[in-house]
Design a protein around this ligand. Structure first.
Ligand code: GLC
Length: 534
């Protein structure tokens, strides 16, 4: 059994906002906090009750806010602390929660700590980062090149797991632990209801095992942050590449005083060989994966998190759905995922079935990872081939402005957007989708509202009905005498004879017409509800 606190998170529908690209309230071409506040009623109508705000702290934006220069202030382009307070109040007055993005592994090189640290080997901040006379290993930066750069001022090398402007904090220094604890407390006092924690597994390095993550002190550090009285009520989700059950349990076991849940990423790799290279993938793979994990997490009293998209990966619909059946496959993925047992995360734009845009030059991209990758690829292949890969895998696919309507700049800004808007925003935008008979948005809304109305779909037991390796998915969710049966066919039309009584059809993406045969069309979803024992 999940305890009361963890159980309550099963009803959270968290919408991930990428503030830079959500809605621009002041015409400077960059989304902002006031823009998020302006759209809360929109989110509420969709059935969202919490938002996760990607980093909004002071930053020179080498990595769009994942390079924090001051954890206690707001990025200039996003507004002020007063705007943040207004957003928090506006959320709470709507009974919605705020989850902030905590980036504890590294800061910006512009952060005061680094500016001080680089000055000398014996100042109060000198051990806040990892400094070396010569690099101790050959670790590579996630954005390309060595993970060690030479700093002229201090005359030493420092470690950066990401861009050179993102030096890694040295958590072995107890002062660093205290500093980040104080940051957490600052935001809890401001009214934050939780945190998504960036690359949490990297805060302790395994130097001996030559791994830049999952070091020997990881759990000690996580407990120092979240195993305290001050933080016992908040929600936390770790960005963490734990794959084995025992490792997952160490992070999110209810008795651990660590995290509430974590993102498990296995399913994001279906449909690609690596981030920039497509490889055929299928919904069958997705079904095998979620079927296993939803059941395993439930049986082990762990809180699962359900998501398909985020700001770091191209759209899942592009890899596992179908362009021809955009509406049907978007609904199929939504029903299959969001009727599971777990905390739901929806990434902005997913609710209108966004697909990857396509561009011909690298000038239309902004992401540091994509630009570095393009330069590296061009050494090995033609620029056209390199662009194909960037179009497939760029993180900018999901970072382009939200398409509100078909007007200039997709209704995102009255100014010039910081990044060109999605190349297909005239055909795929919220206004158009909502007006359509085949509205992905409406389907997302129906699912989220169904969850809100029926405990069976939040806290209820999950039981798979379709076995592994099937070309369809089917499962039940049950609480008390209420049971739902969810059936999602994949691409091939077929007869599906599901055992047992089904009940009344209450949700479909092919019209709410009571099924009189077993035929399922491509990506057809049918959700049935029944009362058990008469
Ligand atoms: C995480 C973030 C990503 C960022 C990186 C460095 O993976 O999701 O956007 O670039 O950490 O902070």
């Amino acid at each position: 059994m999940l305890n009361e606190k963890f159980n309550s998170f099963l009803s959270w529908h968290i919408y991930q906002v990428y503030p830079r690209s959500f809605y621009d309230s002041d015409g400077d071409g960059i989304g902002d906090l006031a823009g998020v506040t302006a759209k809360l009623d929109y989110l509420k109508e969709l059935g969202i009750n919490a938002i996760w705000l990607c980093p909004c702290f002071k930053s020179p934006n080498v990595d769009n806010g994942y390079d924090v220069a001051d954890y206690r202030d707001i990025m200039d382009e996003f507004g002020t602390m007063a705007d943040m307070q207004k957003l928090i109040d506006a959320l709470h007055s709507r009974d919605m929660k705020l989850i902030l993005d905590l980036v504890p592994n590294h800061t910006s090189d512009q952060h005061k700590w680094f500016q001080e640290s680089r000055k000398s080997k014996d100042n109060p901040y000198s051990d806040y980062y990892y400094w070396y006379d010569t690099p101790p290993n050959d670790w590579q930066s996630m954005f390309g090149g060595s993970a060690y750069s030479f700093d002229e001022v201090r005359g030493q090398y420092y470690l950066h797991s990401y861009a050179p402007q993102q030096p890694d904090l040295n958590w072995e220094n107890p002062k660093v632990v205290q500093e980040i604890q104080a940051v957490v407390d600052f935001w809890v006092d401001m009214g934050a209801d939780g945190f998504r924690i960036d690359v949490i597994d990297q805060i302790s390095k395994d130097f001996e095992g030559n791994r830049n993550c999952f070091g020997p002190h990881l759990h000690e550090y996580i407990q120092a942050l979240f195993g305290r009285k001050k933080t016992e009520h908040i929600f936390t989700v770790g960005e963490c590449w734990a794959g084995e059950l025992e490792e997952i349990r160490r992070h999110i076991g209810q008795d651990r005083g660590e995290l509430s849940t974590l993102f498990q990423f296995g399913h994001l790799n279906y449909g690609r060989a690596d981030k920039f290279t497509p490889k055929p993938g299928s919904l069958t793979q997705l079904w095998n994966c979620i079927r296993y994990w939803d059941e395993t997490m439930q049986n082990n009293e762990l809180l699962f998190s359900v998501f398909t998209d985020n700001h770091d990966n191209g759209w899942m619909l592009e890899r596992l759905g179908s362009r021809q059946y955009r509406y049907e496959s978007a609904c199929c993925i939504a029903a299959m995922m969001y009727l599971l047992r777990g905390v739901c995360f929806v990434y902005q734009g997913q609710e209108i079935g966004m697909l990857n845009p396509s561009y011909s030059t690298i000038e239309q991209f902004r992401d540091v990872e994509s630009i570095n990758m393009y330069q590296a690829l061009c050494k090995e292949m033609s620029p056209e081939r390199a662009m194909e890969k960037i179009n497939f895998g760029s993180r900018d696919n999901q970072r382009r402005p939200f398409c509100w309507d078909g007007t200039k700049h997709a209704g995102f800004t009255t100014g010039t957007p910081w990044i060109p808007v999605h190349s297909e925003c005239k055909t795929c935008n919220l206004e158009k989708d909502r007006a359509s008979e085949k509205s992905v948005w409406q389907f997302y809304r129906d699912i989220l509202h169904l969850r809100m109305a029926h405990p069976a779909l939040t806290v209820g037991r999950f039981a798979p009905v379709a076995p592994r390796d099937t070309n369809y998915c089917a499962f039940t969710r049950t609480e008390g005498d209420e049971q739902f049966l969810v059936v999602c066919n994949f691409e091939t039309p077929q007869e599906l004879k599901i055992d047992g009584a089904k009940g009344k059809l209450i949700l479909s993406n092919y019209g709410l017409i009571e099924k009189t045969n077993h035929y399922y069309a491509p990506y057809e979803v049918a959700v049935f509800r029944r009362t058990l024992h008469g």
